[in-house]
Design a protein around this ligand. Sequence first.
Ligand code: SF4
Length: 114
Amino acid sequence: MTCIVCPRGCSLEVDPEAGTVVGNSCKRGFEHGLAEATHPERTLTTTVRVVDDQGVMIDMEPVRTAKPIPKRLLFDAMREIDALRVKLPIRRGDTLIRNLLDTGVDLIACKDLS
Ligand code: SF4
C-alpha cells in the first residue's frame, strides 16, 4: 500500500501477522501501515438534512465524525445519518448523533446555520 500520512507517499509492504512494515521512512508510516492492515479507520464527512417544523427540507448541514471510525462501519453509519433530520439553529461543534453505532464517536456539525 501507499502511505498517505505525508506527501512523500512511501510504498509499504505490511505483514499484519508478523507485525512488520517494510518501506516506511518513519515511525508514522509504520503505525499507519499496521493500522490500515489490521483495523482501518476513516473520518466520515457528509451532510445532514435540515428541516423546518413541518418536516420540509430547507438546507443541508455539513457534518463529520469527531474521530475516525472503523472503515467496515461506513455504510451503516451513512444509513443512520441519512435518516437523521435536524432543525435550526445549529452551531458548529454541536453533537447531532451521540455514540454513532456504539463506536464511542459522535457525529458533529461543521457549520453554524440559523
Ligand atoms: S512512511 Fe513516513 S515519510 Fe513515508 S509517506 Fe509515510 S509518513 Fe511520509
